[in-house]
Write a protein that binds this ligand. Structure first.
Ligand code: SAH
Length: 211
């Protein structure tokens, strides 16, 4: 089967699993997930599984990528979004299909470089990659209409909630052995609303940068 057919099947599975935002589904359909993983694993690219991407990290499973983006978007037009945890760059490429400007920050230089190389041939001028500690957010580009965090910390860093635009939405996993997806909506200059969503499993959010 060619990769387009595999993506048709992936999108059909996402629909069945509750992803209903057509813009998210078309963005998932457009991005060649197999370009983001090693050739040895590429045949498994369209399974709903997380896969290793080196440096002890993983590419998130398609369902969780779609679920986080759908929840963060909430059918709004997104101008500027932040992703914490670029990894291999897959989710950043999907975000480019739903937002005008995508900023993605990664703390491991080796992965930041991989993501840059994988994204280049797709010519996604909307995506800007940064090397740094995403627990501090990216104040130079804030505020963001949406923030998605691809790694789980004990608590969602305040710096990220502060960098949400009013009306903005942040989706992040929280916890260590037991993790839950959390939604934070900024309802005012000093007001945030927090909701707990389903249990999930992510790699850990860690401070500092590995050069
Ligand atoms: N978004 C990726 C998922 C990558 S896994 C995808 O599309 O599949 C999560 C990533 O978060 C890892 O690469 C890890 O190095 C990174 N990470 C963990 N803590 C971080 C931090 N404080 N700042 C930036 N990136 C971080």
């Amino acid at each position: 089967m060619n990769s387009e057919r595999l993506r048709d099947a992936m999108v059909a599975r996402l629909r069945k699993a509750g992803i209903s935002d057509e813009l998210v589904l078309s963005a998932m359909h457009a991005v060649p997930r197999h370009h983001f993983i090693d050739e040895a694993l590429a045949s498994r690219a369209y399974e709903d599984a997380s896969l290793p991407i080196g440096h002890g990290q993983t590419i998130s499973q398609p369902w969780i990528v779609a679920r986080m983006i759908q929840t963060a978007r909430a059918n709004r037009t997104l101008t500027r979004v932040l992703e914490v945890g670029t990894g291999c760059g897959y989710q950043a490429a999907v975000l480019a299909g739903v937002a005008q400007e995508v900023y993605s920050i990664e703390r491991i230089r080796g992965l930041h470089d991989v993501a840059r190389d994988r994204l280049r041939p797709l010519r996604l001028s909307r995506v800007r990659l940064a090397l740094g500690d995403g627990m501090l957010g990216l104040p130079s580009a804030a505020p963001f209409d949406a923030i998605v965090v691809a790694a789980a910390g004990m608590a969602i860093p305040d710096a990220l909630s502060e960098q949400l635009a009013i009306g903005g939405r942040l989706v992040a996993p929280e916890g260590t052995t037991e993790q839950r997806l959390i939604l934070i909506e900024r309802t005012g200059a000093r007001n945030w609303k927090r909701s707990e969503l389903e249990s999930v499993r992510f790699v850990p959010l860690r401070p500092g940068v590995i050069w």
